[in-house]
Design a protein around this ligand. Sequence first.
Ligand code: F6R
Length: 580
Amino acid sequence: MCGIFGIISSDNNAPTSTYKGLLDIEYRGYDSWGVAFLKDNQFKIEKEIGFLPKDKTFESAEVAVGHTRWATHGGVTELNAHPHTDCDKKIVLVHNGIIENYLSLKKELIGHKLISETDTEIAVHLIEDEYRLTGDLKKAVSNVFKKVDGLNAFVVSNGSQIVAVKKGSPVVAGSAANGSIVASDPNAILPHTNKLLFLEDNDLIEIDKSGIKLFDAHTLLEKDVKYTDVDWKYQGADLADFPHFMLKEIYEQPKVLLALAENASAVTEIAEDIKKAYGTYFVGCGTASYACLTGVYLFSKIAHRHVNFSIGSEFTYIQDYIKKGSLVAAVSQSGETIDVVEPFQIAKRKEATLVAMTNVIGSTLYRMADKKLMLNAGPEKAVAGTKSFTSMVANMILLAYATAGDLKAGVEVLEKSAKEIEKVLEKADEIKALADKLHTSKNIYILGRGLSYPLALEAALKIKEISYIHAEGFAGGELKHGVIALIEKNTPVIVFVPNDETKHAILASAQEVKARGAFVIGIGEEETEVFDYFFRVADTGASSILPMVVFPQLLSYYLTVKLGLNPDKPRNLAKSVVVK
Ligand code: F6R
């Protein structure tokens, strides 16, 4: 989702640094971009629809702000792209979030020239009025911030200062040898410094040549700046020898699993909390929600314990039974997903214990949580989650085994599944050949039962979100309740057949779709005559879902490439969904 970068640079290289910063956060997803820098007392703005061009050069300047926009208010046009300016091009502003009361605020603007359809542009003109009155940029920004409803981050510059303020949307700053920087993502600051200042909600920072000052955004009382020394490595656009990040990240999965297995004791404390909790609720969105649902099956099967699961955006409607003593675990790769942050806020108000299962140290969920369980999957740049899903499920497996008092067994199944994933990866060409055959399909259906039901949902999401082929996952048992009406001659149906208690029932489901003419693709340990195509994945016990998920990951990847699309940047999607 929208990315923000701003710098006051001591080497007069601010526009180029900003452009590079935007490249570092472009994985978040965007549809237009812009960079503004001061030239002859006015801001010059370069904006374009589409992706940042490679190897673009800029003039030199001391101050610049930039933005990657994911359209919310107003279509994808150059005029709507950020940065936006005041009437005289003396102030620029970039924004992440939604100004909920922008229509009423617009009425306060008299005699201003607005050129875009965005809510954002209103803010810069309001700041223009306030700046004229106060002559103090931080006061002007604070006054406007106080009027604005919604979750928003603004970065504003008058050419000599940058002021940033936030509520909801993430903002990080850093003080480096080549200047002071503000961004929406630590990865854009890491090339400059590892000392980061994570802004809390209602924090405001003022950056000038002398450095960074921190204030309360409402009272403007100065606060101490406390930098966090992070030991993360900068992750540039390093594809190694892979054509896309998604493929690279799929291939990293065995390594991720082995590292989690090695550090399995990390789950012990949280497993103890789960045992003591009044009730445990796993909350996540999209791919993470399917990992949460996997948790329900795993805890039942392994620990004989009921845990609850909710999609983040639905949590509000089922939160009434959360109370002190409940444990709410937010499962999120980015740690920023607004639909998970809000449940966490509710749970906090109710004094539940908060656990963050996230991949990003210092993220919003990480900072809100009482306890953290890191996914340790390494940075995930492709929009589609792959290794993060694997890590979420692996952590669920370890938690369930630890809760059952047999963590060693959890480690063993993870090690087994890492080996089996290697074998699946060795057969990637077979999956590519299948993608060549299926890429013209209009619909693909996926069936699973038990633990393979969330797997079927995840498989369908992977296929549809990057290849745009319609795909749906179903519980095999639902077929006769309506779904079977969709099956026509040659409809591809993927069926997950692990060697567990679901095997016979799911094979019966496979027979039912086959009888209606489906092209049945079986994934499992044993080939049977019902399959028109078979891909072998050895059973690894409770972790069988892990090697099996690699099949739809690779299938969706190869379908997408065959269709001439970019699997790393699917249309309309953002890696980090920070607005509602
Ligand atoms: C799909 C995908 C999304 C995310 C969802 C939650 O491949 O990646 O569905 O899983 O947006 O994101 P996080 O895990 O960052 O909260």
